[in-house]
Design a protein around this ligand. Structure first.
Ligand SMILES: [Zn+2]
Ligand SMILES: [Zn+2]
Length: 240
């Protein structure tokens, strides 16, 4: 019987490998989603520009002008979509639902934080909040990509995650084809803070996977700030 089960499992794995072979997203090397060589090729974003207007500003800082309309104090962006391997890895992680990519992608964020010497900021006076998905999208995808990445960061820096404070109330259209103004309108009032008593007076690291115009991050931060959050820092996987 055991022999039969083993044989059966082998056949299933054979077909699974045919359908979804594990191959490096960069060089097609087998049995790994992102090999070490390709991992090293991804350049980190160590530039000093304001994430909103791209004027020179200190690492992760929002320039004075943009800060006037920003509920976030800083935004740290790990790398850019211009990095081909990185973009491909994120795409496969999100749309091909490959959860195993959370580990290498999480490691890129962690490396970035150490290299830009931001790790000192990630101490226990901060709490991690992943941007939430609407339950319909969560059902489609099976997991929240931001939540998986936040777990990797929490493990490394021994931080706590506040998972159930931000809820997405509206199923928003995909932001990818929208212009900045439309994005802001599309995302407006898409979140509510369901446990303001937990958020009150806390410093928060708000995590999102993609930053394009920053409207999602800004809207989520606005809601948390209104609920009484003290200081909010944005952390992002990639600039789109
Ligand atoms: Zn590779
Ligand atoms: Zn600016």
């Amino acid at each position: 019987m055991i022999k039969f089960l083993k044989f059966f499992k082998k056949i299933i794995n054979f077909f699974l490998d045919l359908l979804f072979p594990i191959k490096c997203v960069g060089c097609q090397k087998e049995n790994v989603w992102l090999c070490e060589e390709c991992f090293k090729k991804i350049n980190l974003n160590l530039k000093n520009f304001c994430p909103f207007c791209e004027k020179p500003a200190r690492m992760g800082c929002i320039c004075q002008q943009c800060l006037a309309h920003s509920p976030l104090k800083n935004i740290f962006i790990t790398s850019s979509y211009e990095e081909k391997i990185f973009k491909q890895a994120i795409h496969i992680f999100k749309y091909n639902h490959i959860r195993d990519l959370a580990k290498p992608l999480g490691k890129i964020i962690i490396d970035f934080l150490y290299q830009s010497k931001l790790n000192f900021l990630f101490n226990d006076s901060y709490f991690l909040v992943p941007i939430s998905l609407h339950r319909k999208r969560l059902f489609e995808r099976g997991f929240n990509q931001s939540e998986l990445l936040v777990q990797e960061i929490a493990k490394e820096f021994k931080l706590s995650i506040l998972n159930n404070v931000l809820k997405r109330t509206r199923y928003t259209k995909s932001q990818t084809k929208l212009k900045e103004k439309e994005r802001r309108k599309n995302i407006k009032n898409a979140f509510v803070c369901i446990q303001p008593e937990i958020v009150k007076n806390k410093n928060i690291i708000l995590f999102d996977d993609i930053f394009t115009t920053g409207s999602t991050l800004r809207e989520a931060a606005r809601v948390l700030k209104k609920a009484g959050a003290k200081e909010i820092i944005g952390l992002v996987l990639a600039k789109g």
